[in-house]
Structures are given as structure tokens and as C-alpha cells.
Design a protein around this ligand. Sequence first.
Ligand SMILES: O=C1O[C@H](COP(=O)(O)O)[C@@H](O)[C@H](O)[C@H]1O
Length: 271
Amino acid sequence: MAERQLVVYRDGDTIAQAGAQRTLLAILDTLSAQPQAERFDLALTGGSDSLKALSYMASNPLTQVIDWSRVHIWWGDERFVAADDEDRNALQARRRFLDALVSDGRLPAANIHEMPADTRSPKQAAADAAASDAGDDTANDALLDAAAQQYEQELVAELGEQPVFDLLILGMGPDGHYASLFPGHTEVNITDRLVVGVNHSPKMPPLRLSLTAPLLARSRRTWFFTAGAAKADAIAQVFAKPDNPSYPSSFAAGTEEFIWFTTADAVAKVL
Ligand SMILES: O=C1O[C@H](COP(=O)(O)O)[C@@H](O)[C@H](O)[C@H]1O
């Protein structure tokens, strides 16, 4: 595993700008190296700091010279809502960056590997939510598990039984969650699945899908984009103790590179 590196920038906007440039360079250099890599697998996250980086990618000139037909896009987690719901991480990424690449004919639509969306009717979703409120999670759990299995199959079909991303971008919530692995939830301990359903997420919306910790830890490069004082307590705890379920981000790693891009206020309790 790569040693954790810490980079402290002036503000979140700098994380997003530098992160955009760095992401595009990683793609360009990997696809241009000799012998050439066939493809580049990039796993995105939701979250304020990382989404901003996607907007900067859209206007960065390096975007014009990348062979996007060899780039595949994945997500570390997703909110299990309808495909056109504003809460969806993939929708936000499409709007900021991906849709333009597809409509220009540069990124094949099939290279965007979105996690499954909720296709239930509003009436059925409300009935399942009512059952859950009454203590019966059978329907929601079954639905989430089927969706998680579907994404697992897509990962295995594209990347084999032990999928590895070239680059995984992550954000961390103030509670220390990453992807949709939350403190106090059992999903962070699951090691025999690639993808899990997450019910009763403490952050809305309540139904989610997440890659599991072992998959998230074997990315070649793993970068956190994490700004702001609200994250200071969690970063201090994450840096203090690895693999701590109370601060799930402490499970993250990268095999070749593992970098936290932060701001001074975010690491005020570490340094
Ligand atoms: O809910 C989520 O939150 C985390 C962190 O988001 P942030 O806005 O606090 O940076 C994000 O990484 C994850 O993808 C998202 O679903």
C-alpha cells in the first residue's frame, strides 16, 4: 500500500482546480505512456469538493487532447433515487462534464457505468418507505441488494473478478463517512462483496449503493478532495487510527498513490 500523503491548499476552489488538472494529466499520461495502457478506469464520487473539480475539467484544455473513447467512468457510491433526481451523483457529474463529452461524440455513452437508479413508481416507493417506517425493511433491502449485484456484475464483466480502478476520487463527510460507508453502519466491515446496498443512511437520501472498503482500498491512485473546518475533527480521527469503523474514511487506501488534498482549516487538528 502507498504511504498516505497530505497536501494542504489555500481553499476548496484550489483543490477543485488542481484536482481537475491532476485528474486530466493522470488520464493523459496513462493513455500516452509507452507501451500504451488500453484504458483508464476513473471512479468518481459525489460531494461538494469533487463535483466542483468536474466543472473545472470541462473548461480545461487538456480535456481536448484526451482520447475519451478509452476512458471508463464509475462511481464509488450513489444515492438510490430516480435517474433524473437532483440528488444523484451521476446526474451532477453528467451535467457538469460528462454529457458534453458524450454529445461531442468523444466519450461513448457505454463507457459511463452509472450505478442502478430507482425505477419504482412513486406509489410503490412510498409503500416501501411506509413499510420501512413501520419496521419492515424487506422490500427496500431486496431492491438495494439486487441493484448492488447488478453493479457488481458490470464491474466484473469490465474489470474481472478483482476490479481495480486507475484513479478513485473520494470525498469525506464531517462524520468521517466516505462513499456511502457510514459510522455506526455495518457495511464498512463487509469484505465479501464489491457493492452493497445501504439502508437508513444518516445523510439523506436514505437508500444508497456503495462500493465496499476492500474494493475502494485497492485503487492504484486514491485521492480525497476534502476542504473546510467542518471536516477537521473527522480528519484528525481518520489520521490517528486506520481501519476504524467509527470513522470509515480510515479504511481508504491506494496501492501506488494515496493523497489527501485538503485545506489548512480541515487539518487544523492534525498538524
Ligand atoms: O453523500 C455523500 O457525501 C460524501 C461527502 O460529501 P461532501 O459534500 O461532504 O464532500 C461524498 O463523498 C459521497 O459521494 C456522497 O454520496
